[in-house]
Design a protein around this ligand. Structure first.
Ligand SMILES: Cc1cc2cn([C@H]3C[C@H](O)[C@@H](CO)O3)c(=O)nc2[nH]1
Length: 223
């Protein structure tokens, strides 16, 4: 039988810490007509019917974590299932990093009650089972917490003023356990690890290394 994935484009997700260069990576691949590039829908999180959920999150994590992650999960589901006539879809983050990195961290920090986490988990499990959210390749922009902390401070995103080095270190460790050591959650697809500590002046050579894998149009029917 034709599986639910047969209509899906070759789907690549780019994962990494805050400040790991995901936007720069996506921009590098914008030039290919075959690729539908989907940046993280941060503007939706900044304006949900006029509410800046991202701002609220960083003002009071305990109060807004559930609200924020609920909306993130919906917007990422929208991106996963967004139709495109292009053979390849390249997404910044995913429904997987939402659950395995950010929700996980909020659970660890007690910012999500067990009840709230259970509701997010039920929603995630349903989506994984019944929605078209399959992935074919994960690009892991691997960085050191000190490097991304510097970049985050330089980028100076208003809402992120309160983000600490400790938070980035914890988020880094969760990404490492998930995508490098593969010791915590299931990994949805093969992982390509890039050294994303490299300076902007040479990082494009590192990105070019994975062009063959990303531009590869597997003709296999997804089973
Ligand atoms: C999927 C997903 C992305 C994402 C981003 N964020 C935060 C980290 C950054 O400060 C900002 C933009 O990535 O949003 C989050 O708290 N939870 C998330 N879940």
């Amino acid at each position: 039988s034709i599986s639910k994935n047969s209509q899906r484009p070759f789907t690549v997700i780019v994962e990494g810490n805050i400040g790991s260069g995901k936007t720069t990576f996506l921009q590098h691949f914008n030039k290919f007509d075959d690729i539908c590039v989907l940046a993280e829908p941060i503007e939706l999180w900044r304006n949900c019917n006029g509410h800046n959920l991202l701002g609220l999150l960083y003002e009071d994590r305990k109060k807004w974590s559930f609200t924020f992650q609920s909306y993130v999960q919906l917007t990422m589901l929208e991106q996963h299932t967004k139709l495109t006539d292009r053979p390849i879809k390249l997404m910044e983050r995913s429904i997987y990093s939402a659950r395995y990195c950010f929700v996980e961290k909020m659970k660890q920090d007690g910012l999500l009650s067990h009840a709230s986490a259970a509701v997010l988990d039920k929603h995630f499990e349903w989506v994984k089972e019944y929605a078209n959210v399959g992935v074919d390749l994960i690009v892991y922009l691997r960085t050191s917490p000190h490097v991304v902390y510097e970049r985050m401070m330089l980028r100076n995103r208003a809402e992120e003023k309160s983000v600490s080095l400790e938070y980035l270190q914890a988020l880094h460790q969760i990404h490492e356990d998930w995508l490098y050591h593969k010791t915590i959650f299931s990994v949805a697809a093969p992982v390509l690890v890039l050294n994303a500590n490299l300076d902007k002046s040479v990082i494009h050579e590192e990105y070019m290394k994975c062009e063959p894998q990303i531009l590869n149009r597997t003709l296999t029917v997804h089973t």
